[in-house]
Design a protein around this ligand. Structure first.
Ligand code: ALA
Length: 410
């Protein structure tokens, strides 16, 4: 069923947009969905329902509540596999977020596969979560990091891509869409190039997964990570998709209960994938809430979502470009609904704080992407980002407030 994009009815699904009066008794204008999306009521209800009617641990106890909690938990694994077109639910590991998913891969590949002098390729555009784990491996194992640079418009410079690969290259780690600049990367081309060079590929899909259909089987990536909270789901839940043959070869990440097959005081053997990577009691309510978020987004027609969000992107970009001394940072033709910008001579933090006084929620800073900021010649930007519940009135309110703020400074 396609959403008809009656925006008023979509907004009805998000109580916070109606009920939240923020600074100075202003209605919330939420333009920070790249940091985290708001949650539709069905997600909040699913979490409430779990705690009020089903609360129990999963995969262990022999009673009705435990069986129901386990069923809902595992149903979400199936829904997640379907959502990204993975071959099986076994390809899906639940983590605390995309950050932990990447740390899991770095840690487990680092201990089992990467050797001194091996090379990992990252990009200048990456979120810190897709840089720091690889730097730690570099320092611990003596591997080398190669970097795909950014062009002035915020796209990856792929002109000499082939030259970055050699017979030591083991892995390419790249974001599908930049959280700081909005640029959407040609990930299929990157994956094919890496595979031609016998390297694995990890895709950080945190931003892309909420703006378009993901098909990991067609992409043929080896790992794909994203967070539930950027996809209308709860915080504290992430997904690691991995090809089964790789997950099976990788050693466990965290250890403890539920990830074992047998433990003696001498040694332990491990559970099958995916449970091998899920030690301890997981975020059960979060995963169940994520299942409800997937039910919600499964009603979307992604073509309609894309064209609706692109329309917001264009509408806002055109309005921003009319503002004197405003520069958009990241001007690729292929962008998701994220706009980073600066205004000459005025600190982004000052503008962000004053916008907040009008109820306009934006993000200010380096967006956990300091190398991308440096490459673009800035230390921080203001960032607005949109989701399905935004509308042109949000943008009009934002532009009005921004002009008022600028009139104070000028
Ligand atoms: N990575 C998130 C952002 O871009 C938090 O804001």
């Amino acid at each position: 069923m396609a959403l008809d994009f009656d925006i008023a009815s979509i907004r009805d699904d998000f109580s916070i947009l109606k009920n939240s009066y923020v600074a100075n008794n202003n209605k919330l204008v939420y333009l920070d969905s790249a940091a985290t999306t708001q949650k539709p009521n069905i997600v909040i209800e699913a979490i409430n329902n779990y705690y009020s009617k089903l609360n129990s641990n999963v995969h262990r106890s022999a009673h009705y509540l435990a069986a129901m909690a386990t069923k809902y938990f595992e149903d979400t694994r199936l829904k997640t596999a379907k959502f990204i077109n993975a071959k099986s639910a076994d390809n899906i590991i639940f983590t605390s977020g995309a950050t932990e998913s990447i740390n899991l891969v770095a840690n487990c590949l680092g201990r089992s596969y990467l050797k001194v002098e091996d090379e990992v390729i990252i990009t200048e555009m990456e979120h810190h979560a897709n840089i720091v784990p690889w730097q730690i491996l570099r320092d611990e194992l003596g591997i080398k990091l190669q970097v795909i640079k950014l062009k002035d418009n915020g796209e990856l410079d792929l002109d000499n891509l082939d030259k970055l690969f050699n017979n030591k290259t083991k892995l390419l780690c790249v974001s599908a869409m930049s959280n700081a600049l909005g640029s959407i990367n040609p990930i299929k081309k990157l994956i094919d190039t890496a595979h031609k060079n016998n390297a694995y590929v990890l895709i950080d899909g945190s931003q892309l997964a909420v703006h378009g259909k993901v098909d990991v089987s067609e992409l043929d990536c080896d790992f794909f990570v994203f967070s539930a909270h950027k996809l209308y789901g709860p915080t504290g839940v992430g997904v690691l998709y991995g090809k089964l043959e790789l997950l099976e070869k990788m050693p466990p990440y965290k250890t403890g209960g539920e990830m074992i097959e047998k433990v003696t005081l001498d040694k332990s053997t491990y559970a099958e994938v995916p449970h091998k990577f899920e030690a301890g009691t997981p975020n059960i309510s979060g995963v169940i809430g994520f299942g409800a978020a997937l039910d919600y987004v499964n009603k979307f027609d992604w073509n309609i979502v894309n064209s609706y969000e692109n329309d917001l992107l264009k509408y806002c970009t055109d309005k921003l470009l009319k503002i004197d001394k405003l520069k958009i940072i990241g001007t690729s033709d292929k962008k998701g609904p994220i706009i980073s910008f600066i205004i000459e001579d005025i600190h982004a933090n000052d503008i962000g704080s004053l916008l907040d006084e009008s109820g306009i929620a934006v993000r200010v800073g380096h967006h956990c992407a300091m190398p991308a900021m440096e490459a673009m010649g800035v230390s921080s930007t203001l960032r607005v980002s949109f989701a399905v519940y935004n509308n042109k009135k949000d943008i009009d309110d934002f532009i009005l407030a921004l002009n008022k703020v600028l009139s104070i400074f000028r």
